[in-house]
Design a protein around this ligand. Sequence first.
Ligand code: IMP
Length: 191
Amino acid sequence: MKTTLCFATNNAHKLEEIQAILGGTFHLLSLKDINCNEELPETGNTLEANSLQKAQYLYDHYQVNCFADDSGLEVNALNGEPGVYSARYAGEQRSHSDNINFLLKNLSGKSDRSAQFRTVITLIQNGEICQFEGVIKGQIIEDLRGTDGFGYDPVFKPEGFERTFAEMSLEEKGKISHRAKAFEKLVDFLK
Ligand code: IMP
């Protein structure tokens, strides 16, 4: 018998990717599949709190076993900022490039450019909660490099690489990213 799980996303690509890894034992549903057309609440101060909040909301309001992810960039010289506020670092209506410019401004003159991307996934199955974390460490460079990817990719150079995330193919980034590592742990747990 197949186990049904809702993934708190409407990104068909993300869903397909995880479904392919999980294989035939699991049947993944998107938010649309469960008729969830509302914004999930994300008012926590940590990635852990936000991914839990989204998963808990789905579990409570839609009665489904589910998982939700939340990611952010944590910069050491900025005490872990922007972290959970990564998407809106330069303000609610700001773009990825506004966020990058704000980050570079805040880091100017600082010698420590170390940072990490982190993903936290919360899984709720029959009321039982499990969290999985993925981290990739690296450096924030001073100028933007590369055109692929999204968010802070043009200024993030992962440890052990000379290229930024934005200079890597989706496949290459997908092997080492914070998100990939967290999902690997989730998949190992589910299998
Ligand atoms: P989300 O939780 O995956 O939606 O990520 C929240 C925000 O963190 C994004 O809007 C980006 O600003 C940043 N972020 C997360 N993952 C990445 C990544 O892989 N590359 C660049 N930025 C990212």
